[in-house]
Design a protein. Structure first.
Length: 239
């Protein structure tokens, strides 16, 4: 039973699409624990950052990359002293189906040959974190130039996942935590950590936040309750 509060407060959270399942669960747990309400809005980190910079009424921003949090901080749209890194993730190659043979993700992989006349689904490779990390990994392994013409870019990582889950593309690059929520895809390879920048999720309160419980929610993201939820969905928790 939620504790009695003098007034139920609201906090609006803009969170990267890869957090959809975990953060929805976490928001429900926070509401149960505090009696307050967290309204979640999920999209690509780039889209959310631009919305915040244009005055969207977000109290909390959780990005899938430090770059987009840097952009919001540089534009003066974060509350000073509230930014913190909370999560990590891994990057994987997925295939449609549940029994696809694994591959070794290195310089010898003929990824373009695997894709053939079909498409490799990725989030926007120059804007959305999963796409940026994916392009960096493929470039590092010397695979990008050959496969680039076959890439189908999606607005966010969940849209890229959907392309593969629905068999609109045979292969895709997503975060491991995204692949875990789709029962029609297989993880066939994990990109080496050194092939792309570390995948880090920062969180912060926005400069325009008026919610009296924004700080409480931000702190909850690193609580024992939240850590258990993040781990259950496959995220690593940063101290």
């Amino acid at each position: 039973m939620a504790p009695v509060t003098a007034q139920a407060e609201q906090v609006t959270v803009f969170a990267t699409a890869s957090l959809t399942n975990a953060a929805t669960t976490l928001a429900h747990a926070w509401s149960e624990q505090t009696g307050h309400q967290a309204t979640m809005s999920f999209a690509g980190s780039s889209a959310l950052a631009r919305q915040i910079q244009h005055g969207a009424p977000a109290d909390i921003f959780i990005s899938a990359s430090t770059d987009w949090m840097d952009a919001v901080e540089t534009s003066g749209d974060l509350r000073a002293g509230t930014r913190r890194d909370i999560l990590g993730n891994t990057l994987v190659l997925i295939a449609h189906g549940t029994d696809v043979a694994p591959v070794t993700l290195d310089e010898t992989l003929d990824l373009a040959g695997m894709v053939g006349d079909a498409r490799l689904a990725m989030a926007l490779v120059d804007a959305v974190p999963a796409g940026v990390y994916g392009k960096a990994a493929l470039t590092s392994l010397g695979l990008w130039d050959n496969v680039a013409p076959q890439v189908a870019q999606a607005d966010n990582v969940r849209a890229a996942l959907a392309f593969v889950a629905q068999n609109e593309a045979p292969f895709g690059i997503v975060f491991a935590t995204d692949a875990a929520v789709a029962d029609t895809v297989s993880v066939i390879g994990t990109f080496p950590e050194g092939s792309h920048p570390a995948i880090t999720y920062p969180a912060a309160i926005t400069a325009q936040s008026t919610s009296p419980v924004a700080q409480e929610f931000l702190e909850f993201l690193s609580s024992d309750t939240a850590r258990a939820i993040w781990h259950a969905y496959g995220f690593s928790v940063l101290d």
